[in-house]
Design a protein around this ligand. Structure first.
Ligand SMILES: Nc1ncnc2c1ncn2[C@@H]1O[C@H](COP(=O)(O)OP(=O)(O)OP(=O)(O)O)[C@@H](O)[C@H]1O
Ligand SMILES: [Mg+2]
Length: 191
């Protein structure tokens, strides 16, 4: 099914001059860029993007606890407390300097983009993924530094999240549908 994904190149990607490098990885896969801009996120944008949503906060905290526990380090704080702490760090981080907001469109784009992006912690993201190739940050290093994991990029985790997130970063008239030349081949019906 053709769907959309909201991708943010976070301040670490912009400050490290990796914008072109990262976008080219999506373009060469065949996904279509239908919206693109450099943006100074406001606290309000950031707070809506990293929503104060209990199930998301718990999922971020749970993933963190599992990562520590896999290394034999139990974490005393509950998942929600961890999630809330990380949300505040993310809001501070994403508002500190410009990000690039992108909407990609294509068949199964949400899952494929997350595969191209790689695991949350660059320290365990596979080579060949964006996070694995361009970063090495980890839960531990982020934690001792009191900042979010610098993993360069955000990508929507479902088609529903993408809809919600696209509406935060783009007005509807900023989305620019068009035809890529390879679409005639890719989406043609033979019978
Ligand atoms: N334990 C942690 N310490 C610091 N930062 C964290 C931690 N866990 C997650 N983060 C930050 O929060 C972001 C959102 O976490 P989430 O679990 O949704 O990861 P993701 O789905 O891989 O990344 P994203 O939502 O940004 O695409 C991560 O991209 C990372 O920057
Ligand atoms: Mg996520």
């Amino acid at each position: 099914m053709i769907e959309r994904s909201l991708v943010l190149l976070k301040p670490d990607a912009v400050q490290r001059a990796l914008i072109g490098e990262i976008i080219s990885r999506f373009e060469r896969t065949g996904f279509k860029v239908i919206a693109l801009k450099l943006v100074n996120a406001s606290k309000d944008d950031a707070g809506r993007h990293y929503a104060d949503d209990e199930s998301w906060l718990k999922s971020v905290g749970d993933k963190t606890k599992k990562s520590y526990e896999a290394k034999g380090t139990p974490v005393a704080d509950d998942a929600l407390t961890i999630g809330k702490r990380i949300r505040q760090q993310l809001i501070d981080f994403i508002t500190m300097s410009p990000s690039v907001a992108i909407v990609l469109e294509g068949h199964d784009v949400v899952n494929k983009v997350r595969t191209i992006v790689g695991a949350t912690a660059p320290s365990s993201a596979l080579p060949g993924t964006i996070r694995g190739d361009f970063a090495f940050d980890s839960y531990g290093l982020a934690d001792v530094s009191g900042r979010p994991i610098q993993n360069l990029i955000h990508a929507s985790d479902s088609a529903e999240s993408a809809k919600r997130e696209i509406a935060i970063w783009f007005r509807s008239d900023e989305l620019c549908p068009y035809q890529r030349v390879d679409e005639a081949l890719l989406y043609r019906k033979v019978k």
